[in-house]
Structure formats: structure tokens, C-alpha cells
Design a protein around this ligand. Structure first.
Ligand code: PBG
Length: 327
């Protein structure tokens, strides 16, 4: 045997053309979903301190952001409403004139069929206690009473023009309950994007500033324990059984193992949400000049796609779409 290798993987890395030809993962703007915030009662868009480049929008600035994303080829836009007032059952969530439903209508009007309009189907932005569901007398989050509210929300969001409902509350049975409500109302055309494996993560910190979260305490009785990998698959398979059209893992980069498991196991499209804290870490390090911002962002999104997500929700969607088009 020669002392030199006969198998040389480096051969395929020797030129940009070869590397491009053999790349296993590609990214396209169409795979990206842009999360956006619409805040009630703002006269000017307001920056979110811990999410550089992300704004709480006014209706006008939201329209512009949506048009810009559509122009860049971004595949979807996901809306979070930030209401001015909150109450125990989150009535703003089902009010057709509530900020999220107003925003969905506005987005639908602005982007038409050029991008998929995704809602956030969860009560936390609207409740005065900040939990994702309604509370029982003993203060616990009441799963089944919450499902009733989710079913009402689903109809309001369908009516407002959402094509995919983003079920982010982590209540048991939420996908089945929402699917049944939609079907009973004749809205078989509206789909569900289930946050199937959503972990109780420290990475949502900046988001809670973005939505003016009223939460004290935590969400550990409904969001998943970060220690659990197999349970991520279990939760996802349940959602598929209940009729989820798309399943999502969240956060993304800290849960690539779960994402890989899910992508192997299911036959519906798989999404991952690169969340606010994941974004903030990159932005903070880049701001200090410790990492190259653009390369890190593209590598981050690539890692999520490589692990198995066909769809990536990211605050960088429009910017990254621009870079992808340049290449
Ligand atoms: C809850 C919701 C959260 C996020 C999206 N939907 C926060 C939470 O569970 O507390 C977080 C998104 C992010 O951090 O970017 N409706």
C-alpha cells in the first residue's frame, strides 16, 4: 500500500464550481418565513432593543416590510400582534378588529398570493397574565378551556385571511381541535402549521420584549423540557396524527438533533423557527466584531436546512433572501 491516500475527498473541494456542484444543501428565498410584529396604537415604527433591525410596526411600515419581503422572494410572512390592552381570556385574539386580525387582513391585501400569510394562534400576546392559555380557578393553565378559545381564534384568523395558522401554544390536542373547528366551518382550505416540538427556552427573551409580554413565571407546564429529545418526536407525531399540515421545531439551532429526528420520521413539510435569542446572540457577537455577520447568518440558516428543515422562520429572511439572490 502506498503511503499516500488513493481516496481524496479534497478533490471535490478544489474549485468553487466543484463545490457548488456537489453541495448537498441549497437555500432559496422561498424557504424562508419572516416573522413580523404589528403594534396597536403606534404612530412611528419602534425598534426592539434586543433584536437589532427588527421593528414593532405601524400598519404602514408593516405594508412596506411585507412588500419588501415579497419582492425579495421570501416564501412566507408570520404575524404577531401586540395589543394595547390585555384581559384574562385574551378577547382581543378573537375580535375581528383585534390587532392581529387587522394585521392579517392588511397583509393579505398587501401580498395577495405572492407570499403565504401565517398567523400566530396563541393567547399569550392578549392575556393579562401572559400565559398561552386561559387559567383555571387554581391558577393553572386550563388545557381544554384553552382549546375552545383556540378554535374561536382559528375561525377569526381564517376569516382575516391567514392561509396557515401557526399553533404555538403547546396545548394538548390543539391541532385536532383547530382542524375540527375549521372543517366544521367549511374552512378546509386553511392549513395548520403546528409548533410541534416547542421547548421552554431561554432563547425567547428578546421576543417577549417585542410583544410586550405580560408573563411572570414561566411556561414549563406546557412548553417542552429542553432535556427531552425523544419527546420532541412524540409531540410531533401526535400533531401529524391530528392533521397538522406542516410541523415546526423551535428553537432551531439549539435543537438540531430534534429537527433531524423529526425530518427523518414525518412525511409532512418540516419547519424550524430560528428565534429571537438565537438571532440576538449572533447580532451581539457580530456587533463586537467577533464574528463575520453575513457568513454567520448564512451558515446558521444552512445548518437548520441541513438538519432537515425545508422551511426556516427567521428575522433575517428578507436580508438573507437578498444575499441568496446576489450569489
Ligand atoms: C408564543 C411565542 C413565543 C415565540 C413565538 N411565539 C414566545 C414564547 O413562547 O414565550 C418566540 C419567538 C422568538 O423568540 O423569536 N406565542
Amino acid at each position: 500500500m502506498s503511503q499516500f491516500p488513493t481516496v481524496r475527498p479534497r478533490r471535490l473541494r478544489s474549485s468553487p464550481a466543484l463545490r457548488r456542484l456537489v453541495a448537498e444543501t441549497r437555500m432559496d428565498p422561498a424557504d424562508l418565513v419572516l416573522p413580523v410584529f404589528l403594534r396597536e396604537g403606534l404612530s412611528e415604527p419602534r425598534p426592539i432593543g434586543s433584536m437589532p433591525g427588527v421593528l414593532q410596526h405601524t400598519p404602514d411600515s408593516l405594508r412596506r416590510a411585507a412588500a419588501e419581503a415579497a419582492e425579495a422572494g421570501v416564501g412566507g410572512i408570520m404575524l404577531f400582534g401586540v395589543p394595547a390592552t390585555h384581559d384574562a381570556t385574551g378577547t382581543g385574539a378573537t375580535d375581528p378588529d383585534g390587532i392581529a386580525n387587522v394585521g392579517l387582513r392588511l397583509l393579505r391585501e398587501e401580498v395577495g398570493e405572492s407570499m403565504v400569510v401565517v398567523s400566530d394562534l396563541c393567547l399569550d400576546e392578549f392575556t393579562d397574565h401572559g400565559h398561552c392559555g386561559v387559567l383555571a380557578a387554581d391558577g393553572r393553565v386550563d388545557n381544554d378551556a384553552t382549546l375552545v378559545r383556540y378554535a374561536e381564534m382559528a375561525l377569526a384568523q381564517a376569516e382575516a385571511g391567514a392561509s396557515l395558522l401557526g399553533l404555538s401554544g403547546m396545548m394538548d390536542g390543539q391541532v385536532g381541535a383547530v382542524r375540527a373547528a375549521l372543517d366544521d366551518a367549511g374552512r378546509t382550505d386553511v392549513g395548520t402549521l403546528a409548533y410541534a416540538a416547542k421547548y421552554a427556552s431561554a432563547m425567547y427573551g428578546p421576543f417577549r420584549e417585542a410583544v410586550d409580554s405580560q408573563l411572570t413565571g414561566d411556561r414549563r407546564t406546557y412548553q417542552m423540557d429542553p432535556a427531552n429529545r425523544r419527546e420532541g418526536l412524540r409531540e410531533t407525531l401526535l400533531d401529524v396524527e391530528e392533521g397538522a399540515d406542516v410541523v415546526m421545531v423551535k428553537p432551531a439551532t439549539l435543537y438540531l438533533d430534534v429537527l433531524g429526528d423529526v425530518a427523518e420520521a414525518v412525511d409532512v413539510p418540516v419547519a424550524a423557527y430560528h428565534v429571537s435569542g438565537e438571532m440576538a446572540m449572533v447580532e451581539a457577537a457580530a456587533e463586537r466584531g467577533w464574528i463575520d455577520r453575513r457568513r454567520t447568518i448564512l451558515e446558521t440558516l444552512l445548518s437548520v436546512r441541513r438538519a432537515g428543515a425545508g422551511i426556516v422562520a427567521t428575522y433575517w429572511a428578507t436580508e438573507a433572501a437578498g444575499w441568496l439572490r446576489e450569489r
